[in-house]
Design a protein around this ligand. Structure first.
Ligand code: ADP
Ligand code: MG
Length: 170
């Protein structure tokens, strides 16, 4: 809900698609089962590219591709690391429809990334990591600026230094 405690956003400069995958991999070192990442940013911003890095970091089964047509793709974990639930909320109007996908149980034991989730994120009862991907104004520039904002009690006292260490000045 709207009353969830927010922390200051961490700003990360991401110059290339590979760097975006690296950011996803790095995120998996702090993510735990039950965690939800809500990714926003326009078409082609790099949400799915980031998801590929999360999948690589978790070493999940199957290629991580856009769940646009299936709405949700579930990737089994290794048994040591959690699985990955990859949701595309673009055509979902509300949180109720997300819950209809029957994700709750899987979400508790997995790491979930919701693309296009910003509209419904405010309805979430659970903590989440908001991740907003922005392009630079110049179309010839591949650089993305990512704003990571932890929302809710899950993140209280969690050291985000590893993310801050990625933050650039660019
Ligand atoms: P979305 O899921 O947000 O629609 P995608 O991840 O599917 O976006 O597509 C992003 C595209 O932009 C990919 O083709 C990727 O290779 C390219 N790209 C170029 N530079 C970057 C960058 N710095 N970060 C992420 N993707 C980038
Ligand atoms: Mg996508």
């Amino acid at each position: 809900g709207a009353d969830l405690a927010r922390r200051l956003p961490v700003r990360v400069v991401v110059p290339t698609a590979d760097a975006m995958r690296d950011l996803g991999r790095t995120l998996t070192t702090i993510l735990e089962p039950g965690d939800v990442v809500v990714a926003s940013g326009d078409l082609g911003a790099g949400k799915t590219t980031l998801a590929q890095g999360i999948g690589a970091g978790l070493q999940v089964e199957g290629p991580v591709i856009s769940p646009t047509f299936v709405l949700v793709r579930r990737h089994a974990g290794t048994g040591v690391r959690p699985g990955f639930v990859h949701v595309d909320a673009y055509r979902l109007g509300s949180l109720a429809e997300l819950v209809d996908l029957d994700l709750d149980e899987t979400m508790d034991e997995s790491i979930t990334l919701v693309e296009w989730g910003a509209g419904i994120a405010e309805e979430l009862e659970r903590s989440y990591l908001s991740l907003d991907i922005r392009r630079s104004g110049d179309p010839a520039d591949d650089t993305r600026i990512v704003y990571l904002e932890p929302v809710g009690p899950r993140w209280e006292g969690v050291d985000l230094g590893i993310l801050a260490a990625l933050a650039g000045d660019g």
